[in-house]
Design a protein around this ligand. Structure first.
Ligand SMILES: Cc1ncc(COP(=O)(O)O)c(C=O)c1O
Length: 396
């Protein structure tokens, strides 16, 4: 059964503006059910949680539903779902609770800086996993030397936000766990591009951001509730000391959390034949995201081959397992000029290091403006790819 691209696209009102949205890696567009869920929460009336009136109860129900939805998306436990403004803020918060002076942490040069700096700034001793700058791979073997008895935590991405590389996280986790270390997996780029099973990855913590998978600007970190019970984050004196609440500072964005649940339901309903109500939501998500991944990778084969055959284009990395994300430069043009040229043709792409700060350094392009990133998500179609390739070809 082919991926129902037309019906998927029709649920995203923003796509009607005629642009080819190849900027999804920096944030996706939002489908109508998510927009409706957010406005319904405000229309119906919501209050802060813990009050004696129905609007307060509604917010409590929104939070509970959101934890259940995110748990279904990543294969975690609802009581271990921590919700907050974005992944970066939550990772800083957790890093302070997990590691400190006297510990060792292992970070990688493949990662977005939000899974690097929060760990290097804890005061722990830092060990670096290196990237192969030609292939864009993160070799697993190096972790045997990097992880030792004092390793508290290994932070690694499930997918690079520029090269798309999917490292062998499960193999790294096995080494980490054998040494008694924890695994913090950045799933922000990986989550929208295929089925996620955080237990199979060996993730003690799995971080994700809803705005990368059709939801509002909300971040989540998922962990085993029993592990969270062992951690004492900074918190206000009167705020709840329970898990998961003690990890969540301040008042939540309740209406947005309703949008997160709607986004998960939307993803679960994309596949033909898997209408809501057939199978569990987790089962529907796995099927739907597998179909989305197939759709993206089929289109990506055209995109990457097109770029690689242009003599004036340099494509970075050639990882064996990847998301549909391309990172490239065009001879004679800065990345910004390429992005501006493409914007003029109605094609949205990103330029720069995209916060893959260490990686841009390892590739030797950090000081020269980085590169151009074009990424596919499930709502992109063949015409988006053709417009990108045509636009880049014109610069030759
Ligand atoms: C791979 C990756 N990790 C982490 C982040 C940071 O996420 P947030 O914006 O939710 O802090 C991003 C954002 O682009 C990302 O692409």
């Amino acid at each position: 059964m082919p991926f129902p691209i037309e019906s998927v696209r029709s649920s995203y009102p923003a796509l009607d503006d005629g642009y080819a949205y190849l900027d999804g890696a920096a944030g996706t567009q939002t489908p109508q059910p998510v927009i409706d869920a957010i406005s319904a929460a405000y229309r119906t009336g919501i209050g802060n949680v813990g009050g004696a009136f129905p609007a307060s109860d509604r917010s409590g129900a929104i939070v509970a539903a959101c934890r259940a939805a995110v748990a279904d998306l990543v294969g975690g436990h609802p009581d271990g779902v921590l919700l907050g403004p974005n992944m970066t803020t939550m990772t800083y918060r957790l890093a302070r609770a997990v590691a400190g002076p006297g510990d060792e942490v292992v970070v990688s040069r493949l990662d977005h800086d939000s899974n690097v700096r929060p760990w290097t700034q804890t005061g722990a001793t830092v060990r670096w996993a290196e990237v192969d700058p030609v292939t864009g791979e993160l070799p697993v073997e190096q972790y045997a030397d990097l992880i030792g008895p004092r390793t508290r935590l290994v932070a690694v991405t499930a997918a690079s936000n520029v090269l798309g590389t999917r490292p062998d996280v499960a193999a790294i986790a096995e080494l980490a766990h054998r040494a008694g270390a924890l695994m913090y997996v950045d799933g922000v780029h990986a989550t929208p591009h295929g089925p996620v099973d955080m237990r199979a990855l060996g993730a003690d913590f799995y971080a994700t951001s809803a705005y990368k998978w059709s939801g509002p600007h909300i971040g989540a970190v998922v962990a085993d509730p029993a592990l969270l019970e062992t951690l004492r984050p900074d918190k206000l004196a009167p705020s709840p000391d329970t898990v998961p609440e003690r990890f969540e500072t301040g008042t939540a964005a309740f209406a947005d959390l309703a949008g997160v649940t709607a986004a998960v339901d939307h993803l679960a309903a994309m596949v033909p034949g898997m209408v809501p109500g057939t199978g569990t939501r987790r089962e529907r998500l796995l099927a739907s995201m597998a179909a989305a991944e197939q759709h993206e990778l089929a289109l990506f084969a055209v995109l990457i081959e097109g770029l690689e055959t242009m003599a004036h284009v340099t494509v970075y990395g050639k990882p064996a397992r990847r998301t549909a994300t391309a990172y490239f430069n065009v001879a004679g043009h800065t990345p910004r000029q390429v992005a501006e040229h493409l914007a003029g043709l109605g094609v949205n792409v990103w330029n720069g290091h995209n916060y893959a700060w260490e990686l841009a350094g390892a590739l030797g392009i950090r000081d020269s403006g980085g590169a151009v990133r074009a990424g596919l998500v499930h709502y992109n179609d063949r015409s988006d790819v053709d417009r990108l390739l045509d636009g880049v070809a014109r610069l030759g």
